[in-house]
Design a protein around this ligand. Structure first.
Ligand code: MCA
Ligand code: AMP
Length: 504
């Protein structure tokens, strides 16, 4: 095989006129047409001077073209670096600079704000809009619809996905062809995907869930995706009758349960609903079953590892658990201090090892060594325990992380900005329960003696640097932060104090 990822996921469909993508407006795109577009994109990237191993940063709205850039990168051996469309130019600047991306692709609407970023990072800036227009797409039309697939090995890096850290800045997780492929193969088998499946795809395609889990599985199985630009309730309700499966973050399912049109007859034909990226409350699981008769299948993954565990397709899907280790993936629960394996039933650090586990962080050997053991186990930062039947329960986090609507938010990043604000002495950013997003961001600040920080000004300053989903939904001034005897801020105490800000 010349290029395992491309040949297995994409190349197998060459000349296949079957439908791959169904769009919200009723248009369809065949596998063959998708591959012709990808070949043209690979041609453009090569003409722009990129060769195997180079990075292309992509901050574009969801569209078939956006997904075809991923295919083009795979075909040309180029490293795909997708970016959340909510990121501000400040945030994008870091990713482009850190990765050394030679090309930055963006929507026309962001061209002005990203011109300086691209220039200062030495990257070529091209545009790609979700309607197929833009400078990159124009260039593509001048290229042949075939491209000679670059030779790659399973160990070659296929994608660089940035994930924030509890200290300092984001780290680029290097995912190899083998990481992506092995996980897709396991999940197709475990979740019984076939060419008859039609996946309702309302997730973004810049994170593991929508990009790799959903798309790679469909590609491997040769099925179809109803490819919506995002989670818009009317469209989801309208398209559910045409789908056989759906994947989502818990917010999708709580929102569906809040809509009276979401009924048992509407989804009676559906064979599978998958949830992940954030904890699905056992209560949501139960309400979903009551409403639809279906039990959601919850699984557990990370950017660095793809999917690690899953509830069974056949067999009991146990609410409040993330199921069993996937075939080929080992999961152990260890003592956070000693790294020793703990007896069954005890709570400890979740560590995982397998072909799904990433190669390391881009140009950060020390960070890699801190989290990826020499024997291949990755220390996830999640706390869990196995029950008597072998189901994994995630019971907490050993990392200071907030997950809002499936997006990860690292408090440290926000605290650093808050601490620089006028009249702010110090701050603590916490996640509190939220009915829609699961958790949401609250900033607790202490004012300098005798001063009164201007909260509106603080919010406005933060919005210049950070993506909207990271903005504190509330900024609260307190006289002092709770600390333990060692002087460490007790975030648990703050979380308890503000637990009911958004929920009764
Ligand atoms: C949008 N907003 C958010 C979020 N999304 N705020 C906090 N958290 C969010 N997740 C902001 C908007 O900017 C807007 O701000 C306001 O909230 C309401 O927007 P709304 O239109 O309701 O939101 P939406 O566009 O419907 O988006 C909500 C969403 C979306 C559909 C839940 O966030 C989403 O698609 N999440 C999926 C994330 C995902 O794919 N995660 C997988 C990561 P304002 O109105 O104030 O301007 S991969 C991963 O975690 C691992 C590997 C795994 O296991 O899968
Ligand atoms: P990310 O960095 O976006 O890859 O997010 C990975 C994190 O999401 C994990 O370390 C977990 O904390 C969390 N996560 C993913 N799936 C689940 C799940 N089913 N239940 C609880 N947490 C989850």
């Amino acid at each position: 095989m010349v290029n395992p990822l491309f040949d297995t996921l994409f190349g197998q469909h060459s000349g296949n006129d079957a439908v791959f993508l169904r769009l919200g407006d009723g248009q369809t795109l065949s596998y063959a047409a998708f591959l012709r577009m990808a070949a043209q994109f690979a041609g453009v990237l090569t003409t722009l001077g990129l060769t195997a191993g180079d990075r292309v940063a992509v901050q574009v709205s969801k569209s078939p073209q956006a997904l075809a850039v991923y295919a083009a990168c795979a075909q040309a051996g180029i490293v795909f670096l997708p970016l959340n469309t909510a990121y501000t130019p400040d945030e994008v600047s870091y990713f482009v600079q850190n990765s050394g991306a030679r090309v930055l692709l963006c929507d026309q609407a962001r061209l002005d704000s990203l011109t300086t970023v691209a220039k200062s990072c030495g990257a070529a800036l091209e545009t790609m809009n979700d309607d197929g227009t833009g400078s990159f797409c124009d260039l593509a039309r001048t290229h042949p619809e075939t491209f000679e697939t670059a030779a790659c090995t399973q160990d070659d890096v296929a994608a660089l996905l940035y994930t924030s850290g509890t200290t300092g800045r984001s780290k680029g997780a290097m995912l190899t062809q083998g990481n992506l492929l092995s996980n897709a193969q396991v999940l197709v088998d475990e979740w019984q995907f076939t060419s008859h499946d039609v996946l309702l795809h309302a997730l973004p395609v810049f994170h593991t869930h929508g990009l790799f889990v959903a798309s790679n599985i469909t590609l491997l199985a040769g099925g179809q995706m109803i490819f919506l630009s995002g989670f818009q309730m009317d469209q989801v309700i309208a398209q559910l009758p045409n789908a056989t499966t759906m994947m989502g973050v818990p917010t999708f399912y709580t929102r569906l349960l809040g809509d009276a049109r979401f009924t048992k007859p509407l989804v009676a034909h559906m064979r599978l609903f998958v949830s992940g990226s954030a904890p699905l409350l056992a209560e949501t699981h139960a309400r979903f079953q009551q409403r639809t008769g279906c039990r959601i299948l919850e699984r557990y993954g990370m950017t660095e590892t793809n999917m690690n565990t899953s509830n069974p397709y056949d067999g009991e899907r146990r609410a409040g658990t993330v199921g069993f280790p996937l075939p080929g993936t080992e999961v152990k629960i260890t003592d956070s201090n000693t790294g020793e394996i703990l007896p069954q039933g005890e709570i400890g650090e979740i560590e995982v090892r397998g072909p799904n586990v990433f190669k390391g962080y881009w140009q950060m050997p020390e960070k890699t060594a801190e989290e990826l053991r020499e024997d291949g186990y990755f220390i996830t930062g999640d706390l869990g325990q196995f029950d008597q039947d072998g189901y994994l329960h995630i019971v907490g986090r050993n990392k200071d992380l907030i997950i809002s609507g499936g997006y990860n938010i690292y408090p440290k990043e926000i605290e650093l900005l808050l601490n620089d604000e006028h009249h702010v002495l110090e701050s603590a950013v916490i996640g509190v329960p939220h009915p829609d997003f699961g958790e949401t961001v609250v900033a607790v600040i202490v004012a300098e003696a005798g001063e009164k920080p201007d909260i509106d000004a603080i919010q406005s300053n933060i919005s210049k640097s950070l993506a909207r989903f990271k903005h504190p939904k509330r900024v609260i001034i307190v006289p002092e932060l709770p600390r333990n005897t060692m002087g460490k801020v007790q975030k648990k105490s703050l979380r308890d104090q503000f637990a009911t800000l958004f929920t009764p």
